[in-house]
Design a protein around this ligand. Structure first.
Ligand SMILES: O=C(O)c1ccccc1NCC(=O)[C@H](O)[C@H](O)COP(=O)(O)O
Length: 230
């Protein structure tokens, strides 16, 4: 949450106009497009650009890739022009820095978490990535490294001096997001599976419920700058 109490909401893996409209209508801050062919949410850059046309200026456009090569990024930038690169693979700090310079764009590095020891992976990205996203670590046999609806123990982040800004994801939905925010205290939350009817098919009503649950949580927690010191 920022100083005014706002929590960024990112809806990820959009594949159709109805879900884009639902996300914008609900007041999402970031909309994510997945460029990873094995994913049920994969879109090509031309389709993403069509879907993102109404997004520009209303929410931030996020490109999600997994260890993508320069040709893929060139196509994404040439066609879509994202605001943020979500790097969901094993991109090194050097690669993150290189992409930031090459495209003059904000970067968000994903740190996959299952146990406390996984949090050490953040350190090399401090001062390199603009934003950290803590997501649940996928099982070794999974077909993709995220977007699986898997949770990790949010208490692993509780009370830590987290890198700011940071986001939280992994198995969030409208029912659990308030608890997740209350424990981990991220600056934003990210959801895909939890607002879907089935993998790759977003549910507009679930998107609305999720964003409303986050806004309700913001009101409950209040702005840090206005909280009384105890
Ligand atoms: O969505 C995918 O299919 C995907 C593929 C490869 C890497 C990441 C992927 N998704 C990540 C996300 O959608 C979110 O950033 C986040 O992990 C939330 O996922 P979920 O647990 O499904 O809410």
């Amino acid at each position: 949450m920022n100083q005014s109490g706002h929590i960024d909401v990112k809806i990820c893996g959009l594949t159709d106009e109805t879900a884009v409209a639902a996300s914008l209508g609900a007041g999402a801050d970031m909309l994510g497009f997945v460029f990873f062919p094995p994913s049920p949410r994969h879109v090509d850059p031309a389709r993403a650009a069509q879907l993102a046309a109404p997004v520009r200026g209303r929410a931030r456009i996020v490109s999600l890739t997994v260890d993508a090569d320069d040709l893929t990024f060139d196509a994404i930038f040439h066609t879509l022009g994202p605001d943020i690169l979500q790097l969901h693979g094993r991109e090194s700090p050097e690669r993150v820095a290189q992409l930031k310079t090459r495209y003059n764009v904000e970067t968000m590095k994903v740190i996959a978490v299952r146990e406390a020891a996984d949090l050490a992976a953040v350190e090399p990205y401090l001062g390199v990535a603009d934003r950290i996203l803590f997501d649940a670590k996928a099982p070794a046999a999974a077909s993709r490294p995220g977007g699986l609806g898997i949770r990790f123990d949010w208490h692993l982040l509780a009370g830590l001096d987290l890198p700011r800004p940071c986001m939280l994801s992994g198995g969030l939905d409208a029912e659990v997001v308030a608890a997740a925010i209350g424990i981990a205290r991220p600056d934003g939350v990210d959801v895909s599976s939890g607002v879907e009817a089935r993998p790759g098919e977003k549910d507009p009503a679930a998107i609305a419920r999720f964003v409303e649950a986050v806004r309700r949580t913001e009101r409950t927690l209040g702005a840090p700058s206005r909280r009384k010191a105890s």
